[in-house]
Write a new protein. Sequence first.
Length: 181
Amino acid sequence: MAATSPAASAAKTLLRNDPYHVFNFFVEIEGIFAGGFSECSGLQVETETFTYREGGVNDFEHTFVGPIKSGPLTLKRGLTLVDSMWLWFQETMRGNVVRKNGTIYLLNKMHIPVVWWNFKEAIPVKWTGPDFNASSSEVAFTSVELAHRGLSQPQTEHLKAVFNQKTAGALAIAGGFSRIL
């Protein structure tokens, strides 16, 4: 049995299509890294529907598509001295409402963004401070809830094609497809 070179093994690993881990993400708002969040929830888009019963038709109801709605995004992280999310929320409380666009990036094992979701025109609508407990040694967490005007997930097919092209080049350098596939 022929030994596989380290480069060929690495190239073969690149070709695997494993699911991504949920802990490997970051958030950017208005082109600026918004900090290391430990949790992000609310990536949800829903199409509202309504039904109509047609007279004389008793075996089904018509279902019609209504508006699209997105719930709020919730970002949670450990409390630090620099809290840009609190400052943004504080400005909103003062009546200075500044809507911001942002992106949530999911990274692969090599910390390269592979999937992302854009949110548009977000405003902070709720800020939650830490719960204190003298008998606990847990990290103090804060969270901010962002209302926004929609989520989108850009098409990444062209990025996958570029990645596959570069991977094919790496495989050719490693000795070609035939030896590792």
